[in-house]
Structure formats: C-alpha cells, structure tokens
Design a protein around this ligand. Structure first.
Ligand code: GDP
Length: 425
C-alpha cells in the first residue's frame, strides 16, 4: 500500500482511530487532511487509552512521521492540550515526528464563541454542533479571513493581518450577536502563548510530503467523521464543514499530486449518529438502550449518548460509493454478540415504494426503514483471530454485508485493542 486513505463510511465514530493505529506499522507517514477538534478517535494501545481529536493516530509508533495538513482546522489551544496529555503518558512528540503545515489555517479565539452564539440563536433549530468552532472556522477560511500557521514566522505582517480581521469580526460579534468585542491585547496573548507552543512544529509539510513521495515512502491519509457528514455528499445541512471523503485527501494533506491507491472504508457492525439530523434506521427505547450500553456509545468528545440503530445497508452502500472504497474494515462485531436476532435495515420505504438508493437529504425525513433479521451467534467472539474460527452466523452476517454494499470486508474487528482483529487476506 503506497498511498492509502482510511475513511469513515457512515456518520463517524466507526473506529477509524483504531484502524489507523493498527495500519501505521506499515506506513512511514500519517497525514490528517481535514476536520478539527470536533471529533474523537479513540485509540487503545500499550501506552493507554487516548481520545485523539487533532493529532494523527500514528503518533504512537516510533519512526512514523505525523502531519497535520493544510485542510485541518488547526486549533493551537486544543492541540497543545492534547499533546500534553499524550506526552504525559510517555509518548514522544518532537518536531521530528509531528509536523504542522505552514498552510493550515489557525482556528482563531472567536471561532468557538461564534459557534456557541449561533447555536443559541438557532435554539430548537440548532445543528447539534460540538461547539469547537469548526463551522465558523471553515466559513472564514473560504472567505480568506483566517491566519495561516506559517504567518507566525512573520510577526509584523501578522500584527497587521490580525488588526484587520479583528475590526471585521467585531462587527459580527457585537452587531449581530450583541457579544463583547475582542481586543488586540487578547489576540497578542493568544499568539504569545497558544501559538507559541505549537510554533516549533510548523514547517513546509508540502515539501516534506513531495520528498517522501519521491523516496517511495508509504503514506496513510487519515480522515475524520464519515461519508454522511461530508460537506458536499452528506446529509446537508447536518454535515460537518469540510470534505470527509478520500477524494479530498490529496488536496487537504498538501500532496495534490497523490493518487490514492487504496481506500479502506471503516464501517461499524451497527449504526450510530451523534447530534441532530435525519437518521432513518434509528432505534428507540429499551432496544436502543441495550445496544448503546453494549457498544459504550457515548461520544468521545462531548460524552453525549449516541443515537443508535441497526446497520443501514442503504446508507452504507452510498457511503462506499462516495468514498470509492476498495475494501472495508468492519468494527465492533463483538458488540452484537448479545443479540438472538440481528436487525439490518435493508431498504428505505419512501413515498410508498421500497428503495435501495440513498435519497436527497430533504427526503430523508420521510423515509422509513425496512428491517430484516439475521440469526445471532450468541457467544463471545472477542478472542477470535481467524476467520474460520468465527461462528457460522457471524460469518454469514459479514458475507451478507459485503455483498449487499458491494465491497469486500477484509478486516473484522472484534475488540478495541490493537490485536483484536481478523484479517481476511
Ligand atoms: P473514530 O472516531 O472513527 O475513531 O471512532 P471512535 O473512537 O469515536 O469510536 C470507536 C470506539 O469503539 C472506540 O471507543 C474504540 O475503542 C472502540 N472500538 C473500535 N473497534 C472496536 C471493536 O471492534 N470492538 C469494540 N468492542 N470496540 C471497538
């Protein structure tokens, strides 16, 4: 695998961090290409348990170079806090194994506040934002009203740039939201503390990646969230504000010439969704509570209970198409072991007709799930490491899924630990 992307197929939280952590043994470089601190990748390994929000999941492997690409929402405060946590558990982080793109835009102090203010204004129409400032950040990025990380090396020009941004942003803060204005003192303080902490890691990562590519290094592109949260292809407007799809990896990583040869889509053995928006296969009541408990489905960032449902074939097939996945990793199969019968959403009912096509976002609210049941296996499979040793019912479930969504399942994860994996190739 020369250029491989690991991406989410559904609504996020599929277990991408766990897969990247496993994959990094075969890669020289791991790059995060989009998103910010609004999601959490959980990784469990010999150093402990980590909820990574911005750091690439390759940070735990010696010899792997980790890059935060130009496509990420670079929040210096949160990044440094996360680095401190990882460092405190004995993991090495130096400018050798962590490199931040000088072209990454910085999430400014007002972005988180604006996120909060807008959710308050929306009240019961809110999007369920994690309030990490991601939507205001990307809006400003596309208006060219952010600061690039590399500008920290040009203090005079930076001061001028911040002054003009401040004047502009205070208009929105005070006149639209009635909030307090920011001052240059506040911004200088932010530059001198939060930004100063991450400055040693900022460099021309595009040049580094081009050299790595020319030297034939293996590069892993790590996505955040999943297909259905993609700004262009997801469940608009309940998406994130960046592209979560593999096609964006070359642009957001800083290596626009990269051809992604392998796209590993991560799918959970059932569905979960955090926040607002349509979730056709959603389960409620005791059935939902049992699945939520079995899978410990509480958000890594906010602790919010996740909405849960059976695996949704319609959404998953769409996710596979959007990602152009070449293979799939199915995670959390062990979680379903308590079920006698396993529900699967095979189709949607829309306008009185059964469909297997993922509808336009506005129509999703009228779609109803069509559920079929598969035999469960009803035994602990967390110790299984070979495909042949899985109970027949579990193999049937996996085989059905790969046929239904049209993509081979080459990895089956049966536990959160690094080695709790069945590799089928
Ligand atoms: P990500 O954002 O896609 O990396 O996913 P999250 O970290 O939000 O959620 C995945 C959760 O499931 C984490 O707590 C993982 O430790 C856990 N996990 C991943 N794979 C498995 C698995 O196969 N079985 C079990 N039981 N837990 C898993």
């Amino acid at each position: 695998m020369a250029n491989c992307a690991i991406v989410g197929i559904n609504w996020g939280d599929e277990g991408k961090g766990r897969m990247v952590d496993l994959f990094t043994r075969n890669f020289d470089v791991v790059v995060r290409f989009q998103g910010g601190g609004n999601a959490g990748h959980t990784v469990i390994n010999e150093h402990g348990k980590f909820a990574l929000h911005l750091l690439p999941s390759g940070i735990f492997r010696d010899g792997v170079v980790n890059i935060l690409g130009n496509g990420v929402a670079l929040d210096p405060e949160n990044l440094f806090t996360e680095m401190q946590d990882v460092l405190s558990k004995g993991v090495r982080i130096t400018p050798e194994n962590l490199k931040i793109s000088d072209r990454a835009s910085l999430l400014l102090p007002w972005h988180r506040e604006l996120d909060e203010l807008e959710e308050q204004r929306l009240a019961d129409k809110k999007f369920g934002s994690t309030k990490q400032g991601i939507a205001p950040f990307y809006s400003d990025k596309y208006q060219k009203k952010t600061v690039l990380a590399g500008e920290l090396f040009y203090p005079e020009e930076l001061e001028e740039h911040l002054e003009s941004l401040l004047e502009w942003k205070n208009l929105t803060l005070t006149k639209v939201y009635g909030a307090r204005p920011y001052t240059m003192e506040m911004l200088r303080e932010w530059v001198n503390t939060a930004c100063e902490n991450i400055r040693p890691y900022i460099c021309d990562t595009g040049a580094y990646l081009r050299e790595a590519q020319a030297a034939g290094k293996n590069i892993l592109f790590e996505a955040q969230l999943g297909s259905l949260r993609d700004l262009d292809y997801g469940i608009h407007p309940y998406t994130t504000s960046s592209n979560t799809t593999a096609a964006y990896a070359p642009i957001g990583s800083g290596l626009p010439s990269a051809k992604i040869t392998d796209v590993v889509g991560v799918v959970k053995a059932y569905s979960t969704c955090v926040g607002e928006g349509p979730f056709v296969c959603e389960m409620f009541g005791e059935e939902a509570e049992a699945l939520r408990k079995a899978g410990a489905e509480y958000d890594a960032k906010t602790g919010r209970p996740r909405r849960v449902g059976p695996l949704d074939i319609v959404a998953t097939r769409y996710g596979v198409e959007v990602q152009a996945a070449t293979e799939l990793a199915l995670t959390k199969l062990d979680v379903l072991s308590y079920l006698e019968k396993i529900p699967v959403c095979t189709h949607y009912l829309l306008n009185g007709e059964q469909t297997d096509r993922f509808p336009f976002p506005t129509a999703l609210k009228d779609a109803k799930p069509v559920i079929e049941y598969f035999d469960g296996w009803n035994c602990d499979i967390s110790g299984v490491r070979r495909w042949e040793e899985l109970p027949g019912e579990a193999r049937d479930y996996v085989t059905y899924l790969e046929q239904a969504v049209g993509c081979p399942i080459t990895y089956v994860s049966v536990g959160p630990e690094r080695d709790s994996i069945i590799i089928r190739k």
